[in-house]
Write a protein that binds this ligand. Sequence first.
Ligand code: NAP
Ligand code: G4F
Length: 353
Amino acid sequence: MKKKIALITGVTGQDGSYLAEYLISKNYIVHGIKRKSSSFNTSRVDHLFQEVHEKKKKFFLHYCDMTDSLGLVNIIKNTNPSEIYNLAAQSHVRVSFDIAEYTTNVNALGLLRILEAVKSLGMIDKIRIYHASTSELYGKVKKPIQDEKTDFYPRSPYAVSKLFAHWIGINYREAYKMHVCNGILFNHESPRRGDTFVTKKIVSSVVKVVKGEQSIIYLGNLNAKRDWGHAKDYVKAMHSIIQYKKPDDWVISSGKTTSVRSFLLKTFSFFGISLYFKGSGLNEKGYVKICKNKKYDLKKHSCVIRIDQRYFRPTEVDLLKGDSSKARKILKWRPDYSLDKLIKEMIEHELAS
Ligand code: NAP
Ligand code: G4F
């Protein structure tokens, strides 16, 4: 049987790397886009890389950038994919307030450039497109549990840029009958998560604290709640979404919501450490209540958590909790990971590195 060909933008990111692995395991040829950087940016996919002269190569990387329309046209033309997964983005919400124009250029116009490339190459009937939409679109949530029908209220330049991409995908689907799907994915994490996202930051900092390499962890809003899953489960959903006979929009979520504070407490509890908090707002502090494990030299009542204004966003998303019934019913998608299993895997990875 002829192998399917997939093109992944953002292949060097958390999701791109898991998706590339998953598609290769399904016998795809995978082409990925990496951007030019002065330092190495392929560590998440280096293990997939094969020697250039290898005859049965399944994984190929191409230089391009989501801001480079002609580059995207050339790659799509030369690789001839039947599926494009658009995962590339400036994906950090806090940072999007600092670089709003760039975030918009990459996240909003990036998908538009792909859609126009496919259209102008006359490949509309040959290519299915998956776009990485996001639960950030719900922002100041209109309902306590969000599904495909819940109204959006974006709260950051990142979310607004993704709102454009979400709707331009739907518009090209309706206007030109393009097979464009939006995966409205809630937060998903893994050992490969970028270092400055809150779960990875908490896990790596807690490990440093128990090893005696760091004394204080500085965080922002501990009361925000997120619906966290594992990226490995979520890339499987991306594949199912693009296979489905008609292009559509799909919520992918765990259905449970947990505060940043609870995530922090859970992570410490894996080491037999419990905390208590005193003070409020920027003056709130977290202290060691009990350290059951004698291996860790953490004194009772020592301060380990402080709040830093710089990690707050000008406008916050307080609560996310997704209802993925549609994907569970129609696509038969089910996550394998619980939050505890995710945290355990992230801690084990951190301890080993
Ligand atoms: P990530 O780890 O930040 O990866 C982003 C990828 O995009 C990286 O490969 C990055 O390249 C690439 N990229 C950034 N700017 C680019 C540009 N100008 N041109 C080409 N490539 C560029 O993000 P992720 O967590 O894997 O998320 C994947 C996608 O899903 C993103 O679109 C994100 O917004 C969306 N999403 C994520 C979540 C989540 O919880 N993870 C939830 C909903 C939606 P470098 O490696 O060189 O930086
Ligand atoms: O881990 P975060 O930075 O992720 P956030 O903002 O929810 O965005 C992620 O998920 C979205 C899906 O809903 C994606 F679209 C997006 O690309 C990205 O992957 O922050 C989570 C929460 C926020 O409420 C933040 O205010 O944690 C809070 N937080 C508290 N202290 C912190 C910190 N966030 C970060 N990054 N760093 C802190 O020190």
